[in-house]
Design a protein around this ligand. Structure first.
Ligand code: PLP
Length: 419
């Protein structure tokens, strides 16, 4: 018998348990989302069986006529979505997309200038243990201690001092929009490539609710599973014909073999969804929800507990909670929210006095709950629950009351009822 439940009850049971966890708790990890059933259907299709090394019309395997249709749809849709001339939809992940871009444009030992990991950058922007930090010479820019905003004067100073071959603009934990025009000016000043990694905020860009980096950058990379709400994967976009050829050959045969065409089909479905009015409405609720949470976590009762919000608000889908002056550390904050059914991740804040494994911050995101259907009223309730949980002593009675509220919200917005 071929079905999963019968053939492999252990894996089947764990998958069912994970589905139930997603259904019964409130997911607020800023990099997560819920892919539509249509996306998961494409990803679980017979395309998983097909080898298709190469690109549409130029494959190294026979039998790619249907695969070509699918990959071309994904390419055309993502180009339309972001107004880019060229797209590569084959990177298996965001990290692979970034690796391919660096592989295409840099030589080992070249200098890159990216946002420090401890200040919100990503591993692939030059972290010591990552390929980016091992292969390339890294200079890192930071946020200012006074207002936690990216210090563009420092970016310019470091660019002039280090003459990087590439400047990376993008982040994993930063609550504000970046000034892409200013990054472009600085890159031009020193003859550097500008790569923007919009992995986190691509969904907002697609909805027209965040500036689009494509017109400013030599290359833009993204994941497809965060605000964009598709399958796990990566994409490379550019308006430069000369660079697009380099990216294609860096992805294949440079870094990858056979593309994951089942994931590429799921990407195509997600790009179609991202062009709809419904998606735009969801991204609006995502932004509004983050603002509601930021406001609530800056209210007096929370402030009195030594808790505040970095930069005093948010312009994107996440809020960075500052626990440096709270007795509660990041680990305890994460655990406390987990105990009442809300999933977030602890996150070092810039200039964090606590060690990274504990940290003094929480990263709270709204994309997954917006996908579930949450609007201003529900985000208001969630904001209250989080504010109360973090700022008050957690008695068993309070914990039970807050868990009850979380459970009610989860029930009112069923996730994947058809599964
Ligand atoms: N770039 C940024 C800015 C990210 O935040 C992430 C993921 O956290 C990535 C790239 C990597 O994506 P993936 O996990 O798909 O490799």
């Amino acid at each position: 018998n071929d079905n999963l439940a019968d053939f492999d009850p252990e894996v089947h049971a764990a998958i069912r348990a994970e589905l139930a966890r997603q259904q019964n708790t409130l997911e607020m990890i800023a990099s997560e989302n819920f892919a539509p059933v249509a996306v998961m259907e494409a990803q679980g299709s017979a395309l998983t069986n097909k080898y298709a090394e190469g690109y549409p019309g130029r494959r190294y395997y026979g039998g790619c006529e249907h695969i070509d249709v699918i990959e071309q749809l994904a390419i055309d849709r993502v180009k339309d979505l972001f107004g880019a001339e060229y797209a590569n939809v084959q990177p298996h992940s965001g990290a692979q997309a970034n690796a391919a871009v660096m592989f295409a444009l840099l030589n080992p030992g070249d200098t890159i200038l990216g946002l420090d990991l401890a200040h919100g950058g990503h591993l692939t922007h030059g972290m010591r243990l990552n390929y980016s930090g091992k292969l390339y010479n890294v200079a890192a820019y930071h946020v200012r201690e006074s207002d936690f905003q990216v210090d563009m004067e420092e970016v310019e100073r470091l660019a002039l001092e280090h003459r990087p071959r590439m400047i990376v603009a993008g982040w994993s934990a930063y609550p504000l929009q970046l000034d892409f025009g200013e990054f472009r000016r600085i890159a031009d000043l020193v003859g550097a490539y500008l790569m923007v990694d919009m992995a986190h905020f691509a969904g907002l860009v697609a909805a027209g609710l965040h500036p689009n980096p494509v017109p400013h950058a030599d290359v833009v990379t993204t994941t497809t599973h965060k605000t964009l709400g598709g399958p796990r994967g990566g994409v490379i976009l550019t308006n430069r014909a000369d660079l697009s050829k380099k990216f294609n050959s860096a992805v294949f045969p440079g870094l990858q073999g056979g593309p994951l065409e089942h994931v590429i089909a799921a990407k195509a479905v997600a790009f179609k969804a991202a062009a709809t009015e419904e998606f735009r409405d969801r991204q609006k609720r995502t932004l509004e929800g983050a603002q509601i949470i930021a406001q609530r976590l800056m209210a007096d009762d929370v402030r009195d507990a030594g808790i505040t919000v970095l930069t005093g608000g948010t312009q994107v889908h996440l809020v960075l909670v500052d626990l440096r002056h709270s007795p509660l550390d990041g680990q305890q904050g994460e655990d406390r929210l987990h105990s009442i059914g809300i999933t977030v991740n602890r996150n070092a804040v810039p200039f964090d006095p606590r060690p990274p494994m504990v940290s003094s911050g929480l990263r709270i995101g709204t994309p997954a709950l917006a996908t579930r259907g949450f609007g201003a009223a529900e985000f208001g309730t969630v904001a209250d629950i989080i504010g109360t949980a973090l700022s008050r002593d957690m008695s068993p009675d309070l914990a039970a009351a807050l868990s009850g509220q979380v459970g009610d919200l989860a029930k009112r917005f069923p996730l994947y009822p058809e599964l």
